[in-house]
Design a protein. Structure first.
Length: 187
């Protein structure tokens, strides 16, 4: 049985560690404090320094470099997990799937994907991207495996729609991550 800690480890593994890649838009706001004799660090495990600073202030740079799972989840929770009301799903797998969609594409896209999946399985919710009580109740009324599988199908279709042109280079990685998530978190 997977846990929230398993999810945190999964996301952190896929996001990687510290980055100072100058081609990343996050490089516009690097941490001013050097780490291991180098400057320009702007992302740690998918959390940008800009977002970190908003949550923890400008006096916690060393903590940014050694980011704990609790600190990582504090950011993740406020921006994604709580935004999609993940705790309200009866199935942790559904809550985490919706959250990982929000992590990659925003809470509104996560809501749209969830609502389309619910309707595809015979539910009747408005497709507006807002995850309200009607969407939560409709999701909870469905078989978690069927809903999870439909969410995966919807997510894969989304990746294939956007994985063209300049994004074509990312499609394989997106699909590998989705397949790994499916393998590890399917109810």
């Amino acid at each position: 049985m997977m846990t929230l800690n398993d999810f945190i480890a999964f996301e952190r593994k896929w996001e990687g560690g510290l980055s100072r890649n100058t081609s990343d838009s996050a490089s516009k706001t690097p941490c001013p404090t050097p780490f291991n004799g180098k400057t320009g660090w702007h992302t740690n495990a998918g959390i940008t320094y800009s977002v970190w600073r908003k949550k923890f202030g400008k006096t916690n740079d060393q903590r940014f470099f050694s980011m704990s799972n609790d600190d990582w989840f504090a950011v993740f929770d406020s921006l994604y997990y709580s935004k999609v009301r993940a705790k309200e799903f009866h199935s942790l797998s559904i809550g985490l799937m919706v959250t990982t969609i929000a992590w990659g594409s925003g809470a509104r896209q996560a809501g749209l994907t969830l609502q389309r999946a619910i309707n595809q399985l015979g539910g009747h919710v408005v497709v507006d991207g807002a995850i309200g009580i009607n969407t939560i109740n409709a999701a909870n009324a469905l078989d978690p495996r069927a809903l999870f599988d439909e969410l995966v199908k919807q997510r894969a279709a989304f990746f294939h729609r956007i994985g063209k042109g300049k994004n074509a280079v990312f499609l394989k990685g997106w699909m590998n991550r989705l397949n790994a998530f499916t393998k590890g978190f399917r109810p």
